[in-house]
Ligand binder design. Structure first.
Ligand code: NAD
Ligand code: UDP
Ligand code: UDP
Length: 343
């Protein structure tokens, strides 16, 4: 076994000078799976801005061409309609693997498809990374901690996850995806990076994706009551999308595998969030209580000490600063302006 490992390592090292030589002469080729989605499209903007050659693959389940339409025609950008559950042959240097519905409403819509995306889709992208020697970054989730018994959650916590619940297709799916990434790393020497993302919001979120920030903002703008599920005392931490993208890029470029929590440690109850939305949009917005969904985690807040120390990263945009930027985008999209991709 040791011999096997050593020869693989040698093989990998032997490839490095060639790769560096090539990279210095040409642009980085970066694959973003799920790049037409909310987070993916903001990441694509930054990569294009940096001068990379970007390929997006997306099946448009929750993503939209509109999110990346401003890059169409740019020779450094390519958009491919493809489902990651099917194999694909591409030549790239880095893979940001985001393809997977993120909103509970979307991932519960077809749970078996969600599992396939997380397991088979991730396997295919790791197989691709192995074939071409690309670095692979997995966007995992704070949901791997389940309904956590440790608060705040550090990366060392193994989680409290229901394996047979309605959220399992997503949280167990992401746990398997992390396992696959680590097994390809250990077994095949693939350079992997794992991010555990906490609730993120910002422009280009689907208007009706059922997540709490997009729901509250759309409801307040439409003069509908804000729907608070349960007693509204459950907590979440909300990160603005530009902070996340910065964290993902630092993680990809850095030397550490992770996993790393990427989230904003500010913690809010859903009632407090409703209050911030009222202050930002409409102080007269009403609140309506609804029964909570099954298996809803009671609290969630990242411990980001590891990302601070090893990636030199921490969020810079507070909820009160970030929310108005999202409101501007939602207003434009809800009330029919043409500048629908402004951020
Ligand atoms: P999103 O739904 O906006 O984006 C996901 C994208 O993946 C969409 O464009 C969708 O069409 C595409 N997709 C889904 N299944 C696919 C498949 N089988 N093949 C190809 N494309 C597929 O969600 P997002 O918020 O941008 O999330 C991006 C990633 O970050 C996801 O992997 C998600 O699990 C993770 N994440 C997000 C959050 C958050 O709060 N936004 C939190 C934790 C983890
Ligand atoms: N794969 C892919 N693109 C590639 C290389 C592999 O989609 O460029 C897929 C491949 O079809 C397989 C998966 O990735 O289903 C895992 O590939 P790997 O080579 O690791 O395993 P194997 O094919 O030996 O099962
Ligand atoms: N939630 C809410 N009202 C809504 C949507 C969600 O009170 O209209 C609550 C939900 O019960 C959960 C929290 O907001 O406690 C965050 O839910 P979301 O779906 O945004 O993401 P999650 O963190 O559960 O993945």
């Amino acid at each position: 076994l040791e011999d096997h490992g050593t020869s693989r390592e040698e093989e990998r090292k032997a490839r490095v000078p060639l790769a560096i030589g090539l990279k210095s002469k040409r642009q980085k080729r970066v694959l973003v799976t799920g790049g037409a989605g909310f987070v993916g499209s903001h990441l694509v903007d930054r990569l294009i801005e940096r001068g990379d050659n970007v390929i997006v693959i997306d099946n448009y389940f929750t993503g939209r061409k509109e999110n990346v339409i401003h890059h169409i025609g740019n020779p450094n950008f390519e958009l491919i309609r493809h489902d990651v559950v099917e194999p694909i042959l591409l030549e790239v240097d880095q893979i940001y693997h985001l393809a997977c519905p993120a909103s509970p409403v979307h991932y519960k819509f077809n749970p078996v498809k969600t599992i396939k995306t997380n397991v088979v889709g991730t396997l295919n992208m790791l197989g691709l990374a192995k074939r071409v020697g690309a670095r692979f970054l997995l966007t995992s989730t704070s949901e791997v901690y389940g309904d956590p018994l440790q608060h705040p959650q550090a990366e060392t916590y193994w989680g409290n996850v229901n394996p047979i619940g309605v959220r399992s297709c997503y949280d167990e799916g992401k746990r398997v995806a992390e396992t696959l990434a680590m097994d390809y790393h250990r077994g095949a020497g693939i350079e992997v990076r794992i991010a555990r993302i906490f609730n993120t919001y910002g422009p280009r979120m689907c208007l009706d994706d059922g997540r709490v920030v997009s729901n509250f903002v759309a409801q307040a703008l439409r003069k509908d009551p804000l729907t608070v599920y349960g007693d509204g005392k459950q907590t979440r931490s909300f990160q603005f999308v530009s902070d996340l993208v910065e964290g993902l890029m630092r993680l990809m470029e850095g030397e550490h595998v992770g996993p790393f929590n990427l989230g904003n440690p500010g913690e809010f109850t859903m009632l407090e969030l409703a209050q911030v939305v009222q202050e930002t949009i409409d102080p007269n917005a009403k609140i309506e209580f609804r029964p909570n969904t099954e298996d809803d985690p009671h609290m969630r807040k990242p411990d980001i000490s590891k990302a601070k120390e090893l990636l030199g990263w921490q969020p810079t945009v507070s909820l009160r600063e970030g929310l108005p930027r999202m409101v501007t985008d939602f207003r434009v999209r809800l009330f029919g302006d043409t500048k629908s991709n402004a951020d």
